[in-house]
Design a protein around this ligand. Structure first.
Ligand SMILES: Nc1ncnc2c1ncn2[C@@H]1O[C@H](COP(=O)(O)OP(=O)(O)OP(=O)(O)O)[C@@H](O)[C@H]1O
Ligand SMILES: [Mg+2]
Length: 142
């Protein structure tokens, strides 16, 4: 099933992410697609807030994987924010060990998920971000 939503501002995209966080559980992998500046990080910023994270880093610069511990009723779980923008080859991405994070102790959000190709779990939650105008984005959940 596909849900198409319009976000008229960065704040609306953050709000969508925050709301989406309510549907997540450990083991979930979220794959985010869309061009530079389309709103992937903005959405994840809201999502992290929805997960109770208050120290989210919007621009990890050269950090590829950021881990944030989650409070999950005594269980040790984490939210991982992965940005594959700087990755050039499938081999490089395999070497990250990203797939080791796909387990029931983690929620993983991946920007530039198209670069991960076959490494993405089949049942991941896919979100596409499309430009409508300067301040408007189409967000497609599938
Ligand atoms: N409706 C909107 N939703 C999200 N961002 C918006 C919107 N309108 C304007 N913006 C602006 O667009 C930019 C989106 O940047 P963001 O870092 O979220 O994109 P990104 O998809 O993560 O890009 P990158 O591929 O470089 O990581 C921000 O500067 C934000 O303020
Ligand atoms: Mg980004």
């Amino acid at each position: 099933m596909q849900t198409i939503t319009n976000a008229g501002s960065a704040q609306e995209t953050r709000d969508l992410g925050k709301k989406f966080a309510g549907s997540l559980k450990p083991g979930d992998v979220i794959a985010l697609f869309g061009q530079l500046g389309s709103g992937k990080t903005t959405f994840i910023q809201g999502l992290s807030k929805g997960l109770g994270i208050d120290n989210f880093v919007t621009s990890p610069s050269f950090v590829i994987i950021n881990e944030y511990p989650l409070n999950n009723r005594g269980q040790k779980t984490s939210f991982f924010h992965i940005d594959l923008y700087r990755m050039d080859s499938a081999g490089e991405i395999e070497d990250l060990g990203m797939t080791d994070l796909f387990n029931d102790r983690s929620i993983v959000a991946i920007e530039w998920a198209d670069k991960a190709g076959m490494l993405l779990p089949e049942n991941c939650k896919k979100i596409h971000f499309n430009f409508v105008s300067e301040n408007e984005r189409e967000v497609v959940f599938s």
